[in-house]
Design a protein. Sequence first.
Length: 162
Amino acid sequence: MKNKLILFLLLLFTCRIGTYAQEILLVLEMDDKSTVSYSFSEKPVITFTEQSLVIDTEKVSSEYAIGKVLRYYFVEQESTDVENIEIAENEIRFTYLDNDNLLVEGVDDNTHLSVYDISGRRYNVDVVNNGNSIKVSLFQLPSGTYIVNVMGEHSIKIRKNR
């Protein structure tokens, strides 16, 4: 019964995504009262495994333990409005700006950010910290799949193509 309910909800959300504006904001409310949000220019696919909620697009993928996600929902925004949405307290937002830049919002000056390839090799990348956001330049990285980790708590998988 639980699997049927999850499948129904997934189908419902998938149908609703098709009516969204060019920019899609996916918000995850976590069990520790924090919020993680993603800004997408393409429709994300959300799937469930026995232990995880998986968010996937052609370029970005992220995974969360089901027990840690209290709820998730989509916010419809005009393409120019996504950048103007205020970041709530305890919220981190990932926006893959283009093939070369990632914006991480809702962080502070002391936020530690690391970039790894899928073999575990750490890369030094150009980072610009603007107080409550970090712009990460992926320009110098070759094509491939990378994990961007923020404070050891939140990760996003990026597929970079040249």
